[in-house]
Design a protein around this ligand. Structure first.
Ligand SMILES: [Zn+2]
Length: 81
């Protein structure tokens, strides 16, 4: 069991910290306790073959799966401010 977390702090919510597994600051951040989701850096384009490329494809697939809900959460949050 790993206790590793991303640890990135929400830029506009001090004290809100990403508790996802480390994700190289890519895609989005999320604090599970509060349900806060905020944007991170776009995933870098990785070209090549081998394990690195496979990992990049897996990361993109994961990000794609979560991009919609994450983006909606961020938009919903901004609308309530
Ligand atoms: Zn994060």
């Amino acid at each position: 069991m790993s206790a590793e977390t991303c640890g990135a702090e929400h830029p506009e919510r001090p004290g809100t910290v990403c508790d996802r597994e480390p994700h190289q600051n890519a895609g989005y951040h999320r604090e599970r306790a509060t349900g806060a989701v905020w944007a991170a850096d776009p995933l870098p384009l990785v070209q090549g073959t081998g394990r690195g490329a496979l990992a990049a494809i897996a990361a993109r697939t994961t990000r794609h799966h979560h991009t919609g809900p994450a983006a909606s959460a961020v938009i919903a949050w901004k609308d309530t401010r």
